[in-house]
Design a protein around this ligand. Structure first.
Ligand code: HEM
Length: 462
């Protein structure tokens, strides 16, 4: 990367931009690598051009703290959400200011500890039901399988809808909304051609499917007039400035919860199974803990608290493969940070992917080491160097839900099956809104007992 000097304009250094495209072509080509390389070359802060628009990338935990907790009101993600808003409307992820504070307060009770804990049984039940259909030696795309499972879980817990057959179709539609990103032509020329052969058209078709599902659920519940105490009931009975929420407002909240609340957890589990398959000794330690603590009993909200190693495994997996790998903000007013002065309107980006792998913060950053999370002997993690769920007033509202769900699902699956990555397969990273494996995660399932027997016989023969 050749450097452009920005001292006179008081902006951080960065790679030289091309006319019109700026650094967009190189950035789009390998977003994760490009950001990491900028961090290595420029240190604390760098800047690149998305077309003609400068984007400041912040690489220090102090920067994250500044934006998340010290000065969050000066940084909006509304305009950042860009095409996300076109897809999911005005839910928590895409609104800001007083509206955000008020609506977040309104839906918060749905994510209180007690309420979330009451979902534990549904989570385990759906997982066990899924496992009933698995067979020894079967090959599955675990990315897709986990997506269907977490979609069923979130639909049941938040909307009291049992998706059964629809989980696969609906999962495909949610994927279609994310996996057809804005193309260069669409972005630069603002071309919106709603045809099956354009990325925009595929995105909109997927959105129409999801929308019609959600509006059907809202209509059905309005007809039933029954308060079943879930998020949907809460939204239907809520008064916003003494008015009921409109169907569009309810739709936007629901689509946000379902979209944000299934794919992220599914990816956390997918990457965890990948890492466990690549690290048999760690898998064995995890299996040992699960078998010792749970025996043959299904995990519960109480017993998962006795599985510290399982928690470290998940923490470490989200360090290496954060499902939400970057976040963006736009400054409302001018501000000073790290010796630079930034004008109002500055776009900022910070990346979990880069921060979670920085060698001056993490010992052996690329190694999968769950033990680093052991509070007794692990390494001290500087505050804001690890933020898979974001932070401050916009911190993931679903974090307690996701953490409990990930633990319950992982423990239940590990009790029954060992997942082995298809030999020779190397997952390629696809950083969209979330960090996905580009071609899925093909894995073979082995019943836990037979996997343990095989290991014993390998050890006996060694
Ligand atoms: C492993 C799983 C998950 C991860 C890694 C994750 C990550 C995140 C992150 C990083 C943000 C902050 C975005 C920003 O500041 O720009 C966020 C926000 C959000 N998440 Fe999650 N999330 C997960 C699971 C969930 C679940 C299960 C739900 C709901 C059931 C959920 C609902 C939301 C919502 C509604 C927001 C917007 C909050 C606001 O702006 O007030 N997430 N999530």
């Amino acid at each position: 990367m050749s450097t452009v000097q920005q001292a006179a304009t008081q902006l951080p250094p960065g790679p030289k931009p091309l006319p019109i495209f700026g650094n967009l072509l190189s950035f789009r080509n390998d977003q994760l690598g490009y950001l990491q390389q900028m961090q290595q070359q420029y240190g604390n802060m760098a800047m690149f051009y998305a077309g003609r628009t400068p984007v400041v990338v912040c690489f220090r935990p102090e920067h994250v703290r500044y934006m998340f907790t010290e000065n969050p009101r000066n940084f909006t993600n509304r305009e950042m959400a860009g095409n996300l808003q076109e897809l999911i409307g005005d839910g928590l992820l895409t609104i800001d200011g007083e509206t955000h504070r008020q609506q977040r307060r309104m839906v918060q009770p749905a994510f209180h500890k007690r309420r979330v804990e009451s979902y534990a049984d549904v989570m385990v039940k759906h997982t066990l039901e899924m496992l009933e259909s698995w067979h020894e030696g079967e090959r599955l795309d675990i990315a897709r399988t986990m997506q269907e499972l977490t979609l069923r879980v979130v639909a049941k817990c938040l909307l009291n809808v049992d998706l059964r057959e629809e989980a696969s179709n609906l999962g495909t539609s949610f994927t279609g909304m994310i996996a057809n990103p804005v193309s260069l032509a669409e972005g630069f020329l603002r071309l919106r051609i709603d045809m099956p052969f354009t990325s925009y058209g595929r995105r909109m078709a997927a959105k129409r499917n999801v929308d019609s599902f959600i509006y059907k659920v809202i209509e059905q519940r309005r007809t039933e007039k029954q308060d079943v105490g879930d998020v949907l009931s809460m939204l239907l009975t809520t008064q916003d400035e003494e008015q009921s929420l409109t169907d569009t407002q309810i739709h936007d909240h629901i689509i946000t919860f379902v979209a944000a609340g299934h794919e992220t957890t599914a990816l956390a589990l997918t990457w965890t199974f990948y890492l466990l398959s690549e690290h048999p000794a760690i898998y064995k330690k995890l299996l040992n803990e699960v078998q010792t603590v749970l025996g043959n009993d299904a995990p519960t909200v109480d017993t998962i608290g006795n599985l510290p190693y399982l928690e470290w495994v998940l923490n470490e997996s989200m360090r290496l493969y954060p499902p939400a790998w970057s976040q963006g903000r736009r400054a409302i007013e001018a501000f000073d940070l790290d010796g630079y002065h930034f004008p109002a309107g500055t776009l900022l980006m910070f990346s979990q992917w880069v921060m979670h792998r920085q060698p001056d913060i993490w010992e052996a950053p690329t190694e999968f080491r769950p033990e680093r999370w052991d509070p007794a002997s692990g390494q001290k993690v500087p505050q804001w160097a690890y933020f898979p769920f974001g932070g401050g007033p916009r911190m993931c509202i679903g974090m307690p839900f996701a953490q409990m769900e990930a633990k319950l699902l992982l423990a239940t699956i590990v009790q029954h099956y060992r997942l082995q990555l298809t030999s020779g397969y190397h997952p390629e990273l696809l950083p969209l809104i979330t960090l996905r494996p580009k071609h899925g995660m093909p894995m073979t399932v082995h019943a836990t007992s037979s996997a343990a027997e095989r290991e014993q016989s390998v050890e006996a023969n060694a």
